[in-house]
Design a protein around this ligand. Structure first.
Ligand code: ADP
Ligand code: 5GP
Length: 181
């Protein structure tokens, strides 16, 4: 039986970066979400996300193909249920890099899931990291920072909170939590 792991945290807290490093371990796989958001420059369809239209997304909800879904910053995001079931049948660590609303749905459906909330060292650093990623329009960035305040209110619902200051330390801490160290 695989291990289901939720990684949440405000946009810019380092989820994607941390998950990529965790995925270097052959035991770790990350779920590929479905989204209606437009791809960023470096994002390939089927790798970063499955990019779909709003109609396609709604059809997936109707057919029960998503384990959870949420609207974030004007786009829809969801976790494909079949890939999740297949992953859990194997002895792997399966990462769901998802926002808070989706995380709460997974906690309800899969109480055995390990949930980790990634925190930025402080708000200023979060803003700087979002700016440094430099992929979001300014308005989008402001909205993401506003959503961050709401998301932080849910941190106590998670099994673990990890402050992502030093990247290597963060990854090692999470590897320990997941018994990978
Ligand atoms: P998220 O997926 O949570 O939105 P990202 O992984 O895209 O966040 O990280 C946002 C930016 O912060 C990226 O430019 C990334 O390289 C940088 N970053 C992530 N973690 C750290 C860290 N511990 N120290 C410094 N920069 C970091
Ligand atoms: P981004 O647009 O920065 O890639 O993602 C925006 C937010 O959506 C992030 O918090 C990310 O973790 C979250 N997200 C990505 N995939 C999913 C998903 O499948 N479900 C949910 N609920 N959130 C997701």
């Amino acid at each position: 039986m695989g291990k289901l792991v939720i990684i949440s945290g405000p946009s810019g807290s380092g989820k994607t970066t941390v998950c990529k490093l965790l995925e270097k371990d052959p035991l770790v796989k990350k779920s590929i979400s479905v989204t209606t958001r437009l791809p960023r420059h470096s994002e390939k369809n089927g790798k970063a996300y499955h990019f779909v239209s709003t109609n396609e997304f709604k059809e997936m909800i109707r057919k029960g193909e998503l384990a959870e879904h949420a609207e974030y910053c004007g786009s829809y995001y969801g976790t494909p249920i079949n890939a999740l079931r297949e992953a859990l049948a194997k002895e792997i660590v399966y990462l769901l890099e998802i926002e808070v609303q989706g995380a709460l749905q997974i906690m309800e459906k899969f109480p055995e899931a390990i949930s980790i909330f990634l925190l930025p060292p402080d708000k200023k650093t979060l803003g700087q990291r979002l700016m440094q990623r430099n992929t979001n329009k300014e308005q989008d960035m402001e909205l993401r920072l506003k959503i961050a305040d709401k998301e932080l209110e849910y941190r106590d619902r998670y099994n673990y909170c990890v402050v992502n200051d030093d990247l290597e330390l963060t990854v090692n801490t999470i590897r320990k939590i997941l018994d990978l160290a």
